[in-house]
Ligand binder design. Structure first.
Ligand SMILES: NC(=O)c1ccc[n+]([C@@H]2O[C@H](COP(=O)([O-])OP(=O)(O)OC[C@H]3O[C@@H](n4cnc5c(N)ncnc54)[C@H](O)[C@@H]3O)[C@@H](O)[C@H]2O)c1
Length: 309
């Protein structure tokens, strides 16, 4: 008997016809979830399309005694996103969790990147996140329960040469997840981000033979499935998973330097840049409003605002 249990729950996995999404779908089904296997069935750059990838994963789940339905719509349009959520409602009558995992690559260094390369990648990753999350969030709000998992990447969170379009889209999804977590809190909806690392067609030839061997996509599924599960209690967080290592990313904010004279000049910034950058006071906050609380505290300490009564 597993601690993680999806009995009676239905989960949408976008891009579940191969790579990481397929692993997520298989592990979810093994834990009792009814899985909507969404995949456009195209190439790694988003070209083409077919029903065979999603169908193969559904067949694999059913052959193992699990429950799954296929859906071939693209996450890249609002209509596609609505169709994916409708397909889950038609098949299972509820949407308990969404793992937005679909993705493509159109790498190019910044100086030569074309608008098509930017749009195509933003459409699938970032707009795809909205296209699927918005209709799913509405269903979850009605049910007063939901789990949203969005897929980021070290390519955006930390940066990677030739992936400005992809990195920006992947980091944009963090903003979507943070706000979904804040808005979802009162409705029983948790939202988190996974930043995976795995040997898939997307990373083919990039990792080298040793890391290729280590980075089995099956190693990532545990984290994605946990975040989608009823047993998950975290929200508003970003997790790294790959090769057997599980970790947490944070966006921190330090206290910085409070200028005694206002407005501060560029010379002041130059003279205090080390204090501004110092990470000794780094903290992880819950919302944008918390930054205002830090400012208020420092302004009160500097005598610029009255102490709260
Ligand atoms: N593999 C890694 O190391 C790694 C690292 C960081 C992030 N990621 C992210 O993990 C996710 C899964 O990637 P992967 O490595 O398994 O690659 P993959 O290419 O094997 O899987 C992506 C899947 O998404 C599907 N897809 C693409 N466009 C779609 C669309 N418009 N609508 C529906 N489905 C669509 C593809 O057909 C494919 O099956 C992606 O979001 C990727 O950016 C992967």
């Amino acid at each position: 008997m597993s601690l993680i249990e999806f009995e009676g729950r239905s989960v949408i996995v976008t891009g579940a016809g191969g790579g990481l999404g397929r692993e997520y779908a298989l592990v979810l089904a093994r834990h009792g979830a009814r899985v909507l296997v969404n995949d456009l069935g195209g190439g790694v750059s988003g070209d083409g399309g077919s029903t065979s990838m999603a169908d193969a994963v559904v067949a694999e789940i059913k052959a193992a005694g699990g429950q799954a339905a296929a859906c071939y719509d693209s996450v890249a349009t609002p209509e596609g996103g609505r169709a994916i959520v409708s397909a889950a409602m038609d098949a299972f009558n509820q949407v308990d969790a969404v793992i937005h995992n679909a993705g493509i690559l159109r790498d190019r260094s910044l100086a030569s990147m074309t608008p098509d390369e930017v749009d195509g990648v933003l459409d699938v990753h970032l707009r795809g996140g909205f296209n699927v999350t918005i209709p799913a969030f509405a269903r979850m709000k009605e049910a007063a329960y939901g789990r949203i998992v969005l897929t980021s990447s070290s390519s955006g969170l930390l940066g990677n040469f030739g992936q400005a379009n992809y990195g920006a889209a992947k980091t944009g999804l963090v903003g979507l997840a943070h706000v979904a977590a804040i808005e979802g809190a009162r409705h029983g909806i948790l939202a988190n981000v996974i930043a995976p690392g795995a040997r898939t067609r997307m990373t083919e030839g990039l990792l080298g033979p040793e890391m290729d061997q280590l980075l089995d996509p099956a190693q990532v599924a545990a984290m994605a499935v946990y975040l989608a599960s009823p047993q998950c209690t975290q929200t508003h967080e970003i997790f790294s998973a790959g090769g057997g290592r599980f970790a947490r990313y944070v966006l921190g904010l330090n206290d910085g330097w409070y200028a005694p004279q206002h407005p501060a000049s560029p010379d002041d910034v130059l003279q205090h840049i080390d204090e501004i950058r110092d990470l000794d006071t780094l903290q992880v906050y819950e919302s944008g409003a918390d930054e205002m609380a830090v400012l208020r505290r420092m302004a009160v300490a500097a005598g610029m605002l009255p102490a709260p009564s």
